[in-house]
Write a protein that binds this ligand. Structure first.
Ligand SMILES: Cc1ncc(COP(=O)(O)O)c(C=O)c1O
Length: 377
């Protein structure tokens, strides 16, 4: 499995000139209202479709709320944290004691890995999948048992269940999966979790699930109430458009929540709580954003079909498709056309992950794809 760790991401930010472009892009998205310069695209600057960000951003009310509270950052975030934890507990139908906040859901994944990782056992996961939790465990000596995706590039739940032994420390399921974007059938996943969580802790990462067509029927949070050893993670980085603010959370049993919380070092900042709260208070925000992401996704799939490209059935804010040539070569060609796409994801070294951007960004991406994929090798 290729690591997708914060360390790698930090390195990338340090070394890449694109980081600067990303910062100016974000600033422009907020500041530029002139009709002659479409949001997110500026001459000479690349379009960043490599990190599964949501460039539609948080709700305008969330931006206003964070601006209004900027001077309060001399305070610790106690009141805002309590307000948000109560809002989330009501939304998820659980007690506040069952919620664990992190500086992004990434910190929750790290804390969970710190809690369970040791040389005494294994973590069962898909390959490829998001590597933050499994790498946190590996760093502590755990062995990774990586189960290949099935032919639809979905988790192979039967093979994963069969890989669980007496020394398994946990099972990680990423739904939708990063990098493939596929979901697993909700009923099959429920059966899997009921069976496997009786034997070992299960972690279901729902970072992208609110982008999916049927979130309500697909989320596993409802199973936490059955007393299973299940932890479900969500983030405000994806559909809520708050990636730079660093806030996410897990829902689990009160006992597990206390154990995970003990390994959380940082947690969100005051403005992250304020922004997340305002986004949740805007009841139509998630649906509106999902529609925008879905529209961009559908248009991209239509283009890929036209260009004769195979793709995994996507439910997140990104698409994983067959390039027909080495991904490094493809990335270089796309970069030359002004588009930064995802890194290589072994073993699929002729596949590319591309995030859904604004319509203007996707216009640049479509033109680049037509040019790069249109060239016969
Ligand atoms: C599947 C998955 N889980 C968790 C994360 C962590 O995101 P964050 O720490 O921003 O919540 C990511 C980030 O890309 C992800 O793809």
């Amino acid at each position: 499995m290729s690591p997708h760790t914060p360390f790698n991401r930090r390195q990338w930010f340090k070394s890449s000139a694109a980081a600067l472009a990303g910062i100016t892009l974000a600033a422009r998205l907020r500041a530029d209202t002139t009709p002659s310069a479409p949001a997110g695209v500026a001459p000479g600057e690349p379009v960043r479709l490599s990190l599964n960000e949501n460039p539609f951003g948080p709700a305008p009310a969330a931006v206003a709320a964070m601006q209004a509270r900027a001077a309060d950052v001399c305070r610790y975030a106690t009141v805002d944290a309590t307000t948000l934890i109560n809002t989330i507990a009501a939304k998820e139908g659980v007690e506040a004691s069952q919620i664990v906040f992190g500086a992004g859901s990434g910190e929750v994944l790290e804390a969970y890995g710190a809690l369970l990782g040791s040389p005494a056992g294994e973590v069962v996961c898909a390959n490829p999948t998001y590597g933050q939790l499994t790498n946190a465990m590996k760093r502590r000596g755990s062995t990774l048992v990586e189960i290949p995706l099935n032919e639809r590039k979905e988790h192979d739940l039967a093979a994963m269940a069969a890989a669980v032994t007496a020394t398994t420390q946990c099972v990680y399921v990423c739904n939708p999966n990063n990098p493939t974007g596929t979901t697993v059938d909700a009923e099959r996943l429920r059966r899997f979790v009921r069976e496997v969580a009786a034997r070992t802790p299960v972690f279901v990462d729902e970072a992208y699930l609110e982008c999916a067509d049927d979130f309500a029927a697909s989320t596993l949070v409802g199973l936490v109430g059955e007393g299973l050893n299940l932890t479900v993670a969500r983030t405000f980085s994806k559909i809520h458009g708050l990636a730079g603010q660093r806030i996410g959370y897990a829902v689990t049993t009160p006992e597990m929540a206390a154990k995970i919380r003990a390994h959380v070092i940082g947690g969100p900042n005051l403005l992250a709580y304020v922004g997340a709260q305002a986004n949740l208070d805007d009841s139509g925000y998630v649906d509106r954003t999902r529609e925008k992401i879905k529209a961009g996704r559908e248009e991209l799939l239509a283009l890929l079909r036209e260009l004769g490209r195979d793709y995994a059935e996507p439910q997140g804010n990104f698409v994983f498709f067959h390039t027909g040539r080495p991904i490094e070569e493809f990335r270089t060609a796309m970069r030359a056309e002004g588009v930064i796409v995802g890194r290589p994801f072994p073993p699929y070294l002729e596949w590319c992950r591309i995030s859904i951007g604004t319509p203007e960004e996707m216009g640049v991406a479509h033109a680049a794809l037509r040019k790069v994929l249109g060239i016969k090798l």
